[in-house]
Every structure is written in C-alpha cells, then in structure tokens.
Design a protein around this ligand. Structure first.
Ligand code: AMP
Ligand code: MG
Length: 534
C-alpha cells in the first residue's frame, strides 16, 4: 500500500538520536571535534521542479506516484520544506584522497533529512545532495549542477538493476537557481542549472567516518560509532563488545567490498574517485562523480581528468585500490580491535575472495559452467591480453560472443565466427592479419572448451546474457540526456531510466542505446573525460 500523503512517512532517526552531535548549530565552516554530525538546515531555493523520480524507491518508502508528482514532493526534496520527524544533519568524516590523508572532509553538500522506517521494518536514510552549505563545505558552495545530478540519478538506478550493490536515488529536482562552475578548471566558469538528487541508502557511513576519529586519537567517539554501526547496520552479527563480533564485522566489510568490486569489473564500471571517503561501510557503490563505463576494453582507462596523470583509479586498479582503502580502514580500527590479527585476516580474505571471484567471473562471462584451471586459466588470460590490443567495446563483445554459433553449426570456421564479432570493434584498420590470426586462434581454443562442456549454444547464450549486460549507461548517452535536460526536455532521462531497468533483456525497440560510442563522442567533454567539478 502506498500513500499520496508525504506526511505519512515515519521517521526513526537513529544516527542523530544515538551518536554525539556537534554542540554548535550555526552554519559556518569549521573543524568539528568529538561529534559524528552537525545539525544543519537545507538552503531554501527559488523554484523546485521535478525532473525525474524512481517509482521503485518511492514505493519502497510507501509513496505513490501521485505523491511523487505533487508540488509538495518537489518542495521537500529540494530542501524547502521539512516533513514532521525530519532532523537534518551533515556527517563528519575524513579520508585519504588520491593516497594522501586529507583531514576533515564531511558532508560538504549532502544533507541527510532523516531515516524513514517503512511499514516492512526497513530503514532508509534520505539524503539531499546539493542542498547548500554545511559546516563541512570548506571553500565550496554546497551546490550541485544538473549534469552531475542527472549522472548520479541515472547511474545509481542503473547499477541497482544491473545487480551491483549501490546507494539509490529517489528523485532529481531542479532548484530554479544557477550555479557557477569551471568545468575543466581552466578559467572558464559558466552559470549552470542547479539541481538536487535525493539519495537513499540504509546507511551513508563511509570508511572516512571512522578514520577521522582515529586520526584525532578520539577513541571514545570512534568506539561509539563502531558500536552504533554494528548494532544498526550489521544487527545480525550480535553484541559489538565481543571481539569475535568485531572480527566478523571487519570480515563482512571486506567481503561486501570485494563483491562490489567484482561487479564493477563484470559490467565495466569505473568509479573514478575511490578515495576512502567514497567507500561505503556497507559495500555499496557511493558518490557518483567522474565515473565512467568502459567502452573499449582498456584496463588503464580512467574517466577522471584529475586522475589522468597517475591513473590511480583506472579500471584495472580498482581491486587493489579497494584493498588499500580497506587497509586504511583497518588502521583506523586498531585502537578498537587491540589485536590487529582479525584485521589482517579480513584483508587476506579480500585477496583470496577476489582471486577466486575473478576466475569465476571470467569463466561466467564466457558461459563456462565452472572454472577448470587446466584449460581456463589460459583461455581467460589470453582473452584479457587480446581485448586491449585493438579498440574493442567490452559490452558489445560479450553479447556478440554469446550469439556466435560455436557448436550448433559445423560449417562455421573460426574466420566466419570472428566476422560475427565485427560490431565490437571501433577501428577496423586495427584488425591486422596478425590480430585476426590471434583472435581466430583464441576462438578455436574457446570452441574446444565449449565442446568439452557439451551444451547447446542457446543455453550458453542465455547464461552469458545474464552476466553480460546489453544496456549500460554509456558515457555519451548520459551526456545526450543532460544536453536535452538542460534545454528543459527530460524525456531522455526518463527513457534511459526505463531502458536501464532491464539491462540484460534484448529490448529490440531500444537497440540504439546498445550501439557503440559514436565517433563524435570520442573526445567530447562529458563523454570520454570528466572532471570532479560537479
Ligand atoms: P567528492 O570528491 O565529490 O567525494 O568530494 C570530496 C569532498 O568535497 C566531500 O567532503 C564533499 O562533500 C566535498 N564537496 C564536493 N563538492 C562540494 C561542493 N560543491 N560544496 C561543498 N562541498 C563539496
Ligand atoms: Mg564524496
């Protein structure tokens, strides 16, 4: 049952009820000590206008479509009006940015409205991103622009439907105000439309929330946050004062984090800013900024212009960066654990689970029912070596591979099979005789492996198409939706949201969204490179 009435939302604000608050309540930039959050009101905006909303997430908290389309909804989720029971606050956290300790960061433009308790007993924190300054805004304005908000809104929902753990998005509203941004930090600031996304998550706690107290040697507040987190976000683990429960907790963080990373690698997602303040304690993908989707399979690709030099956060580095981030979290937790042994065990578990998971994943992407080291180590490694040699669209490659009549048609040679992959290649000139020869040899190897598996092509295809998506939020598609939205036309945001609800289905009428990146998008800003300016 959903309600048309926003006032029907029931709030149970655990974070602000159970954790120490900043005693200062005026809204100015400051260092906040011995507190997990600061109370702060969203800034009033001129003219809230709904751009899009997620009907699943509205329903999840008991709101009808009618409620989401009401003028009051836009007012509330632009921060202009509070509902009874809301208790807005910004969190205090720190973090390692690009490998260096950055001190206090905090919610500089995110304001949590409160925790909805649903009739089914779920807690969902509602958080506005871009709702104005907070004590953590440092030198920035606390705002967000439409382009980055469209990207966050669409991608959080798309990731969920891909089966990737993620925070969610309830709504996207325009504020009716303009925001100044210098998109490429090159001295060309422009006025852009301001927008606010309402994000939803069972918890927005990050690794950096723990790190800030450890860095300040505030063990008491650190312990309170650990106790709280285990009690509220990991209630199945039991009493947080037990060393065994602490150990199981860190293990679970390592496990959920590695599982998230494996999903990213499976679908070709590059986060772009894997700082420790952007790592969720629940292993959810969080903070969609200069993220990107792999088009041509290049492990060294990063969408983030700020990262172009070091490529710390490129596609292929993500697994080891997540481990590095976990070890920073582990360091922060030493004062609570005392004995570092369980923390080390968690990190070892990460590595083991990643290696196993990566093998399984590589095999699943090829439609293999199980990973047989004798044959599959070479088969998968050889492919991962071949893919980056020429510009190969990762998403299209795996879908085309699934379609190939590997066994059903004996008249097919490796050459004719290879022709079936043509769509996946960006630059036909790169397909030299030598490359063709290596790829057809690989297809021969693959075919032999499939013969050993002995299964109809159709069954293999079906399994492959469940792990290899057809529709992802290609960088240029998001940009097209943004271009239209900036003209006041939200239809492409709506259409992409709909297509991306079923990313593994064929959806023949939506084929154009599965095509490879057009040439004009190769080097256009927003399509191939993004800055942190958002
Ligand atoms: P990010 O790299 O987006 O995760 O941001 C790092 C830190 O900068 C976080 O503490 C953000 O809250 C803060 N931040 C980013 N953009 C803004 C902004 N426009 N206004 C205030 N704080 C911001
Ligand atoms: Mg962040």
């Amino acid at each position: 049952m959903t309600s048309d009435n926003l006032d029907s939302l029931h709030f149970d604000n655990r974070f602000t009820r159970d954790l120490p608050a900043d005693p200062v309540t005026t809204n100015h930039t400051r260092q906040v000590h011995r507190a997990c959050f600061s109370r702060v009101q969203p800034t009033q905006v001129a003219a809230p206008q709904l751009v899009a909303f997620s009907r699943e997430m509205a329903e999840r908290i008991g709101l009808s479509e009618q409620a989401a389309r009401s003028p009051e909804f836009a007012q509330v989720f632009a921060g202009n009006r509070l509902l009874p029971g809301m208790d807005p606050f910004a969190m205090c956290y720190g973090g390692h940015q690009f490998g260096n300790w950055a001190g206090q960061l905090g919610d500089g433009r995110a304001i949590n409205l409160g925790d909805v308790l649903t009739s089914g007993g779920e807690h969902w924190t509602l958080q506005l991103k871009g709702a104005g300054k907070t004590p953590y805004s440092r030198h920035a304005d606390g705002l967000a622009v439409l382009r980055s908000s469209v990207r966050e809104f669409l991608c959080s929902e798309a990731m969920h439907h891909l089966g990737v753990p993620t925070t969610r998005a309830l709504s996207l509203v325009l504020t009716g105000e303009k925001v100044m941004r210098d998109m490429f930090y090159d001295g060309n600031p422009q006025w852009e439309p301001g927008a606010i996304v309402c994000r939803m998550s069972p918890s927005f706690t990050r690794f950096g929330n723990f790190q800030i107290f450890a860095a300040r040697k505030d063990v008491e507040t650190l312990r309170q946050l650990v106790d709280f987190t285990i009690r509220t976000d990991f209630p199945h683990l039991g009493d947080p004062s037990s060393p065994a429960v602490l150990a199981a907790w860190f293990e679970e963080i390592c496990r959920t984090t590695v599982d998230m990373i494996l999903h990213w690698m499976r679908v070709g997602f590059v986060h772009g800013v894997m700082n420790t303040d952007n790592m969720s304690i629940l292993g959810l993908t969080i903070d969609y900024g200069p993220y990107g989707w792999l088009e041509d399979f290049d492990p060294g690709w990063t969408p983030n212009t700020t990262d172009a030099q070091g490529r710390r956060y490129c596609f292929g580095n993500q697994p080891q960066i997540a481990l590095w981030n976990l070890s920073q979290l582990g360091n922060a937790l030493v004062p609570i654990f005392g004995d570092p042994e369980p923390l080390n065990r968690g990190l070892e578990l990460y590595s083991r689970r990643f290696n196993e998971g990566w093998r399984t994943l590589s095999a699943q992407k090829l439609g293999l029912r199980e990973y047989v080291p004798e044959t599959d180590l070479d088969l998968t490694n050889d492919l991962h070596e071949l893919l980056p040699l020429v510009e190969t669209d990762m998403t299209i490659f795996y879908r085309r591979l699934a379609d190939l009549p590997m066994l059903s048609d004996a008249s097919q040679t490796e050459d004719t099979l290879f022709a079936g992959l043509a769509d996946a290649y960006y630059v036909p000139d790169q397909l030299t005789p030598e490359y063709r020869q290596r790829m057809t040899a690989w297809l021969g190897q693959y075919r032999a492996r499939l013969q050993q598996q002995g299964e109809l092509d159709a069954a293999r295809r079906e399994r492959m198409n469940r792990v290899n998506p057809k529709y992802v939020l290609r960088n240029y598609l998001a940009q097209l939706a943004i271009d239209k939205a900036e003209q006041g036309d939200f239809s492409l945001v709506e259409e992409l949201l709909e297509v991306l609800r079923r990313p593994y289905d064929e959806q023949p009428e939506k084929e154009r969204f599965a095509e490879k990146r057009p040439d004009w998008a190769r080097s256009r800003a927003g399509c191939s490179m993004l800055s942190c300016s958002s």
